[in-house]
Write a protein that binds this ligand. Structure first.
Ligand SMILES: Nc1nc2c(ncn2[C@@H]2O[C@H](COP(=O)(O)OP(=O)(O)O)[C@@H](O)[C@H]2O)c(=O)[nH]1
Ligand SMILES: [Mg+2]
Ligand SMILES: [Zn+2]
Length: 402
């Protein structure tokens, strides 16, 4: 790992959102009974009231700023803190944190932690490594979030939502049917994992509802790109031991549309896990949300000689997406996230080629020469078009090709 350059800086932090009442209380009466008041003593530096009155309140805090990412890492008294991993984060202020010796604390988040985050809603997410001060044996307050090595996001451009941080890999689950298999949706998830620095694994579940012959070209395509592909049936256990081998000792997030069988797969991987699953509602073919919270779950090791309590990695169950909702990748970014396009992009005549309508396009030539899969190129087009409804199903694709 390369050592990131960090510089200690004074940061001026604004506390202004919906803080009017509290600010007034703090500044005029100096009451120390407010739950948020105690954070002042943890802050290095000054606090002052701005000329605009109690709505805008600024403080200067000391933080190390990571020069490459721009992340600010707060200067806190490490000797008073415990370190841990966020198992789940509900709302913005209710985090389950597990320490390295497997003790669990319910933690709030210091206001300053949210204030220095670029987006307060993403200040603390599942998977984050944090420092917190314990208040007692069960509760505490998060003082600092360590820089994230990887992250997986979803959401629209202005409202990107980080689902999980610091995982190694993502199993992108699709189903052979019910809901119908949409290759472009798999490709879109692969863009998200590429963007977040996470290794993608494609899992096609419910193979009992599809034909192996139909799936074969898709399996070949992803394998050729270097994305492992696993075919599973969560109900019979087919493919589960293969999937387990990929998970052993790693941290893996399960992602994919609602109803494809993510929770069922986790239950098959580790019997007794008891993840809630739900019937796909017949009228819409879309699963209803049963997994509401993104949550880290420890796995038992399946290595033959490991003890029964041996840690076999973590998995992360995520709430599925009911609609194919917007995501946080810009269309100009997509060409770089289709990893096999990269060598061809250099051969486009126009430097800002979108590889859609332009002539003399390296990517289109790659498709014509059979170097780029036409199915992947079709996905690319649909993704840059950004039309949610246009993410075609494998069945539609086949019909058109016949
Ligand atoms: N036929 C079939 N049904 C499955 C399979 N895996 C899951 N299901 C069903 O699909 C539905 C949705 O599963 P669930 O695990 O809740 O999906 P999630 O929303 O992705 O977590 C449930 O009714 C499961 O019983 C499978 O391999 N084959
Ligand atoms: Mg689920
Ligand atoms: Zn081009």
């Amino acid at each position: 790992m390369t050592a990131n350059k960090r510089k200690k800086q004074k940061l001026r932090v604004a506390f202004k959102k919906n803080r009017e009442t509290r600010a007034r209380v703090q500044n005029l009466t100096r009451k120390v009974d407010d739950a948020h008041e105690d954070e002042i003593e943890h802050l290095t530096g000054a606090e002052r009231l701005s000329g605009k009155g109690s709505v805008n309140r600024y403080r200067t805090v000391i933080a190390e700023v990571d020069e490459s990412s721009g992340d600010a890492i707060l200067d806190v008294d490490v000797s008073k803190c415990l370190s841990g991993r966020v198992l789940s984060s509900i709302g913005t202020n209710n985090c389950r944190v597990q320490t390295d010796d497997a003790k669990e604390y319910q933690c709030s988040v210091r206001q300053v932690v949210r204030a220095i985050a670029r987006d307060a809603r993403n200040a603390v997410v599942a998977g984050d490594r944090v420092l917190f001060t314990p208040s007692d044996d069960f509760t505490g307050a998060i003082e600092r979030v360590e820089p994230r090595t990887t992250s997986l996001s979803r959401g629209s451009r202005r409202h990107a939502h980080i689902i999980v941080a610091n995982v190694d890999q993502a199993v992108i689950v699709a189903s052979a049917n019910e809901p119908p298999l949409k290759p472009a949706l798999i490709d879109r998830f692969l863009c998200s994992t590429e963007k977040g620095g996470i290794q993608g694994i494609v899992c096609i579940n419910k193979i009992d509802l599809g034909s192996a012959v139909d799936l074969q070209p898709l399996v070949g395509q992803y394998a050729q790109l270097g994305y492992p592909v696993v075919l599973t049936n969560a109900l019979t256990g087919e493919g589960i031991s293969t999937l387990r081998r990929y998970l052993e000792g790693r941290e893996t997030v399960f992602t994919g549309q609602s109803g494809v069988g993510k929770s069922s797969l986790l239950n098959a991987i580790q019997p007794g896990l008891g993840r809630p699953t739900m019937e796909v509602s017949g009228d819409t073919n879309k699963g209803r949300h049963t997994t509401r919270v993104t949550e880290l779950i420890p796995l038992r090791s399946h290595v033959p000689n490991a003890g029964s309590s041996e840690h076999g990695g973590w998995v992360v169950d995520t709430p599925g997406i009911r609609q194919l909702q917007l995501w946080d990748v810009q269309s100009e970014e997509v060409e770089g996230l289709f990893i096999e396009f990269r060598p061809f992009v250099a051969h486009c005549k126009f430097p800002n080629c979108s590889h859609t309508h332009e002539h003399d396009c390296g990517v289109k030539r790659g498709v014509d020469n059979g170097m780029i899969s036409p199915l992947r190129y079709e996905s690319y087009l649909r993704i840059v078009e950004g039309d949610e409804e246009s993410l075609f199903s494998l069945a539609d694709w086949r019909k058109r090709k016949l």
